[in-house]
Design a protein around this ligand. Structure first.
Ligand SMILES: [Mg+2]
Length: 150
């Protein structure tokens, strides 16, 4: 038990250090270029534009994970667009004073409660979330019906 707690503590500390290091680099990147006063709406647009560039890589195809992973050129292109999305996302967080690590962990906790792992694993035989009668869609529809968005 003590060993497990130490491992979790170490993992959390490493994650915190990693996030803080990335945030510092992004703040420097913005300040060095005089971009540290960007409008949040412009960053939101940039996140979506880069997200569209990521999505474009999958235009006219719907390959499963294992096939995409085999295509090293494709994975490299995905990596670049994903980095664009992540950088703009963290830029938004640092400029608004949002703690990225805290925001991610809070949201993960929320999603873990919303979609219990045991229930989701039951549905995960085929493509996740594709069956209209899946627990995933039942939970999502219940949330929307009750006016919850996240
Ligand atoms: Mg791009």
């Amino acid at each position: 038990m003590v060993k497990r707690r130490k491992r979790i503590y170490t993992e959390n500390t490493q994650l915190r250090d990693l996030m803080k290091n990335i945030e510092k680099k992004i703040i420097k990147h913005l300040k060095d270029r005089g971009w540290d006063n960007l409008r949040p709406s412009d960053i939101a647009k940039s996140i979506m534009i880069e997200g569209a560039e990521l999505l474009e890589l999958f235009q006219w195809e719907n390959l499963p994970l294992k096939d995409i992973k085999r295509d090293k050129k494709k994975v490299n292109e995905i990596k670049k667009e994903l980095a664009d999305v992540l950088i703009y996302t963290i830029e938004m967080a640092v400029l608004l004073g949002i703690d990225s690590e805290k925001a991610i962990l809070e949201k993960l906790d929320h999603v873990n409660k919303k979609y219990p792992a045991k229930l989701m694993r039951k549905d995960s035989k085929g493509d996740p979330g594709t069956g209209e009668d899946s627990d995933y869609w039942r939970i999502k529809k219940d949330y929307r019906k009750n006016g919850k968005k996240s």
